[in-house]
Design a protein around this ligand. Structure first.
Ligand SMILES: Cc1cc2nc3c(=O)[nH]c(=O)nc-3n(C[C@H](O)[C@H](O)[C@H](O)COP(=O)(O)OP(=O)(O)OC[C@H]3O[C@@H](n4cnc5c(N)ncnc54)[C@H](O)[C@@H]3O)c2cc1C
Length: 280
């Protein structure tokens, strides 16, 4: 395994060995190798690249290194900066996974159950991709939707996240007690400067879903210059609006199957609670 010390060296190593694969914490990649699903011809380890293991401030944004581990993002100093991402990181698997697993790996694996993904979608985060031709920026949702793919020898270097200085909440249902993959998750982010509420629902579709009409409707009810409180009925209606947007009724007289109906109720409850907490 090659262990470059800079992002540039890692790009050069991948350019020199086109069949090699980058590995960060290895929690997803090694699981695939162990299951016989992947046989990489070589590995380029990203674990020694210090520049992507922390974060820095840049023009009202945080530039997060792709090598940040879930454990690091779960700490209080990070939680003060981007509370919903910290909450997602704390919920991402058992401690040994959180100690090794990284933000960049979570994004590139793009599992529907990736806990950071709905938060990044709600924050409208961008990726800074490093490659042989230099760097380029792409909205994280373009990568998750497959509209933009990583090219040969390209790596995610950083994730650019706006600092909104307002409440934000991530909630996850797992269908069991203790750590587990999400059956549904919801991120709610308040953006007072734009008088906006942004919401993304994870785990119920291949990529996070944004219920844009529900966002606009609830934002119009909030007294942004006042206490920002909402009546319980409005929170409940928001939850149901979000859930119906993400899991629509079937056409005609058809009924949703019981398991899907249960999932819809779970999403409604998560969205109601998440918004209630963000506004309280
Ligand atoms: C038991 C278990 C429980 C888990 N529970 C959860 C959970 O509850 N929630 C959750 O979200 N995830 C969970 N995961 C998944 C996993 O821990 C995360 O997806 C993790 O963030 C992956 O990061 P990594 O650094 O280990 O990625 P790796 O395994 O190193 O890499 C994953 C993929 O990303 C690529 N890659 C990594 N870094 C970069 C980069 N900077 N640029 C380009 N490509 C890159 C690799 O080539 C590979 O294709 C769990 C995994 C296990 C094994």
């Amino acid at each position: 395994m090659t262990l470059p010390a800079t992002l540039g060296e890692a790009v050069a190593a991948l350019s020199a060995m086109p069949a090699a694969v980058p590995v960060a914490g290895g929690t997803d990649l090694m699981a695939a190798v162990n299951k016989g699903q992947l046989r990489p011809a070589g590995l380029v380890g990203l674990g020694r690249i210090n520049e992507i293991r922390g974060w820095q401030y840049q023009d009202g944004h945080a530039l997060l290194g792709a090598g940040l581990t879930h454990a690091r993002m779960g700490r209080p100093d990070f939680a003060a900066l981007i509370p919903a991402l910290a909450a997602a990181a704390r919920a991402a698997g058992p401690p040994q996974i959180r100690n090794a697993g990284t933000l960049g790996g979570n994004i590139v694996s793009a599992a529907p159950t990736g806990d950071s993904l709905p938060v990044l979608a709600a924050l409208e985060a961008d990726l800074v991709v490093a490659g042989p031709g230099g760097t380029r920026e792409v909205p994280v949702t373009h990568l998750l939707a497959g509209r933009e793919l990583l090219g040969p020898a390209e790596l995610i270097g950083f994730v650019r996240v706006p600092l909104l200085h307002a409440p934000q909440v991530f909630l996850k249902a797992t269908g069991r007690t203790g750590p587990g993959r999400a059956t549904a998750s919801v991120a709610v982010v308040l953006d007072p400067a734009r008088r906006g509420v942004r919401c993304a629902v994870g785990a119920i579709a291949p990529m996070p879903l944004r219920p844009l009409e529900a966002e606009r409707w609830i934002a119009s009810l909030i007294d942004w210059d006042g206490d920002r409180g909402l009546a319980p009925e409005a929170l409940t209606a928001f939850g149901e609006y979000v859930a119906a947007a993400c899991i629509p009724d079937p056409p005609g007289e058809e009924q949703l199957p019981p398991a899907v109906l249960h999932l819809r109720r779970t999403v409604a409850a998560l969205a109601r609670r998440a918004l209630g907490r963000a506004l309280s």
